[in-house]
Design a binder for this molecule. Sequence first.
Ligand code: ZN
Length: 645
Amino acid sequence: MRATYSAWLLVIASACGMAQSGPAQSSSIRTSGFNVVETLSVDASDAPTKVFHARMTIPATAGDFVLLYPKWIPGEHGPTGPLADSVGIFFRANGQALAWHRDPLDMYAYHVEVPKGASSIEASVDFLSPVETPSGFSAGTAATEKLALLSWNWLLFYPRGLGSDQVGVKASLKLPEGWQFATPLPQESASGARVEFSLASLTTVVDSPVLMGQYLKKVPLQAGKSPAHELDIAADSSAALAMEPQQVQAFDNLVAEAGALYGARHYREYHFLLTLSNHVAHFGLEHHESNDSRTGEGYLTDPSQWTLGAMLLPHEYTHSWNGKYRRPAGLATADYEEPMKGNLLWVYEGLTEYLGYVLTGRSGLQTPEQWRELLAEIAMTYSHRPGRKWRSLEDTATAAQTLYDAQYAFTNYRRSVDYYDEGALIWLEADTIIRQKSNGAKSLDDFTHLFHGGENTPPMVKTYTFDDVVNTLNQVQPYDWRGFFTDRVLKVAEQAPLAGIANSGWTLVYNDQPNAIGKLEEQDRSGLDTTASLGLVLGKDGSVDDSIEDGIAFKSGIAPGMKVIAVNGRKYTKEILLAAMKEAQSAHKPIELLIENTEFYRTVSLSYFDGPRFPHLVRDAGKPDLLGDIIHPKVTSLPAPFTGE
Ligand SMILES: [Zn+2]
């Protein structure tokens, strides 16, 4: 899972099934031999009204029969099933309405009184897709007048006591008139607005969302090769579906480079389900044979949105290997009721973040220059994270379910889902260590071949532990990998893990030139990031979104929730503040800020004389350019950059 870039910076300052506590490897995808088979008929024809309807038949036994509504949604790392928006719930048997009550200790459990003689019940439920939730992942806004992304878990129940691999689901779907659809879920038939899907496990159905819309474009990638790959794009306008040839080439490269990186694929076919709308939640959610990625309507037509969103599809695609096929044992749960353990998310998400960045570079979704500027931004963020003094990276992973929705204010002190990008820095360092110790003969690509590759298979889950990660790394290159991760992940580590940058032949520097990625991000959110100078992350109109706890501004009493009204007596703009910082540097005079806090005004004088400071990487000629090697395409050639011209 991943937030899109603007949401991401505001997060960083910047998802099963098998037998109970299962074997290390579960069998490949199940299409028969289920303990029970349910039917699930979803009516999405009212999608523009944001109300989705479902009817189910569920085999049942007489007495107090307990049905569960999915609670822990795979990939979301928390109990995020949208319970409050599942409404209009009725149960019937033999034509009679059945009484039900919610379990007082488990809101997701419904007790249904099933009469003697009844062997199945009919359930109906509506889902109210949120109209104003900007985040919320798959529970967030998902429908507009022109498109919708259906997550089946909104609209279903399953019997308590059965794992999601033991329940078969025969699903069908009714689309809005004139809309098309795309999904990895195998179909029996599709005619007009009706689609009949093949019998599949509950695991597979929940893992196979459906993208639908009036404007829907299907682009085959690596055409003619097996397994099949398809980029499926739904947008709020037909104009938003336009793509230049180099953009198609970059996506095509992504599929080829991923094949080279992992050495095998673990899906029957793969669908990139891409939603382009300014009116849906923006994030990416991984699935085994697809990803549900949602970003702005201008992603394919506006070069800055293209650049800022470049990492989204590579990250979610990587999860098919790292997260779905290989999964930490604590995240491989039998059903959606069993709580997930997040402590290895620094592998699940951190390694995915790193490999996603690597594939972003190798496919040409970003230029090498943009890629290095992004890395510099990440290095800056985690070098100004006072929260690292009290909290280990592992603790941010263990507490993941509390952090995704935490307020952005004080992120630097609380820490956030730092296992993504700080994880990426640590995996970069691991990659450089392998390259150095093996004199260039080996790299992290050898680890991914061993850990994620093997034979091509349909979806299956191979679980792992910390020891498995350490042991596989030692197979690639003997080293104290246990100590390496213990120091950086398990223990409190006050210093950011930046050695990978130095090892790879580059140096992190700060100067007054804007960072190319930081500048696009600032334009996108109308803000200014002075993390490395004043220690303020400013939002629209001077609002203080965060204030670095050991920064000069915070020490002078400027904190999140306040607003910078004026700079040296003149109304705040980002340009005025940057000019004042330069003036303070040359004249050695403090900067006077007028601050508003809860209706009160106050003047704060900042004795800061080092001018604007933005992060960049510069080449260290004394060392080989390993970064260049890491992001160099292995089996494709770079497309021309997309500049919109
Ligand atoms: Zn992810």
